[in-house]
Design a protein around this ligand. Structure first.
Ligand SMILES: NC(=O)c1ccc[n+]([C@@H]2O[C@H](COP(=O)([O-])OP(=O)(O)OC[C@H]3O[C@@H](n4cnc5c(N)ncnc54)[C@H](OP(=O)(O)O)[C@@H]3O)[C@@H](O)[C@H]2O)c1
Length: 335
């Protein structure tokens, strides 16, 4: 169907001055191998997209590439019987937007076992969630599977205005947890309270003196952490006896300057979250849960919108941590 057809894409090229995102026409060859051809309605801004469009970002090894680690839209063609034209779908992770052409183009072609049929969510809502929202759901589900319940005590969310953080606050509060939101943004109290946070605190540790202690006063029953670094080390030192931390990110650094004390004296569990290569069956289950029992209540509050042609500017705002919530990129009709 797309043979000999040209369509629009934002293509990342390497140049002497860095990675440049260029609006250009591409053809069917740029799609890469796959069974399911998707008309892309939306992609979204993720920290990894910022890295993919930044020299030395470390996640893309060969340019040019169409970035966009997640996308949602409508199937237009499928050689796999489990998908038919008109199906509404979402896809993220695996090689999408890294070695395989991603969501910043009018069309994407993907292996069928990378694609999720949407249940209970529109393509726009799925884009607001995107990779970050999916990782939030994975983190919350991991805490639930580990036996954390609302009566266990307060649950901390770090990087609370970010993508993973804000969706986590929304889901946890909707499930009845007392959510403590940690943020570096002094003007975000209203947003976080609207999402259901019980209390808003600064980035951690509030007092650098606490950082060096193997154990601190136990403050939280569990935590969803997308910051990592010394923040995560402090969080581990201040989790209740038997508590659980779901860790997914590194915006605060990759080092973990912690001791074993929280694990061996308080029985704290540190659960690693990896959404990129998660198997498709589990991925489909979690997306179904996102459309039902884990559905965030304030998706429209979290949403910012920009045409994909403005992706460069939006992604730069992720660098300094000044971005809040989730920005979706409109793709269809925006070139
Ligand atoms: N493991 C996985 O499968 C997976 C999946 C998705 C994302 N991730 C990772 O999770 C992290 C968050 O992703 P995202 O899409 O939510 O990014 P994001 O929207 O850019 O949010 C990151 C948030 O982290 C906080 N932050 C930024 N710089 C910080 C610093 N120096 N110290 C402490 N906090 C800082 C900020 O929140 P406040 O201003 O509110 O503090 C910021 O909004 C990234 O590292 C990403 O690569 C991992």
């Amino acid at each position: 169907m797309l043979d000999a057809m040209q369509f629009w894409a934002m293509v990342a090229h390497e140049s002497d001055s860095g990675i440049v995102l260029t609006r250009q026409q591409v053809d069917e060859k740029s799609l890469g191998p796959g069974d399911v051809t998707i008309k892309v309605h939306y992609s979204s801004a993720n920290y990894k997209d910022y890295l993919a469009t930044t020299k030395g970002g470390g996640v893309v090894h060969a340019y040019p590439i169409v970035p966009g680690i997640d996308l949602s839209g409508e199937v237009v063609e499928s050689s796999d019987a489990s998908f038919a034209p008109g199906d509404l779908v979402v896809a993220h992770g695996y090689e999408i937007g890294l070695t395989h052409s991603g969501g910043f183009a009018e069309y994407a072609r993907l292996p069928a076992d990378w694609v999720v049929k949407l249940v209970g969510l529109s393509p726009r809502e799925a884009a607001v969630l995107g990779t970050a929202g999916f990782t939030a759901a994975m983190s919350v589900q991991a805490l639930l599977d580990h036996g954390v319940s609302p009566d266990a005590g307060p649950v901390l969310v770090t990087g609370a205005t970010g993508g993973v953080g804000s969706v986590s606050v929304d889901i946890l509060a909707g499930l009845g947890f007392e959510v403590i939101a940690s943020t570096g943004k002094t003007d975000s109290n209203d947003l976080l309270h609207k999402l259901g946070a019980h209390d808003v605190i600064g980035r951690l540790p509030e007092d650098p003196g606490l950082q060096a202690r193997p154990l601190n006063t136990a403050r939280w029953a569990a935590a969803v952490d997308s910051v990592g670094g010394s923040s995560l080390a402090y969080v581990l030192s201040a989790i209740h006896y038997g508590g659980t931390v779901a860790a997914s990110g590194l915006t605060g650094g990759t080092q973990l300057p912690a001791t074993v004390m929280p694990f061996i004296l308080r029985g704290v569990s540190l659960l690693g979250m990896e959404s990129v290569n998660l198997g498709i069956e589990r991925r489909r289950e979690l997306w179904s849960a996102l459309g039902a029992q884990l559905r965030p209540r304030y998706l429209s509050t979290l949403e910012n919108y920009a045409p994909v042609t403005q992706a460069s500017q939006v992604l730069r705002s992720l660098k300094g941590g000044s971005h809040s919530g989730r920005t979706i990129f409109g793709v269809a009709g925006e070139f």
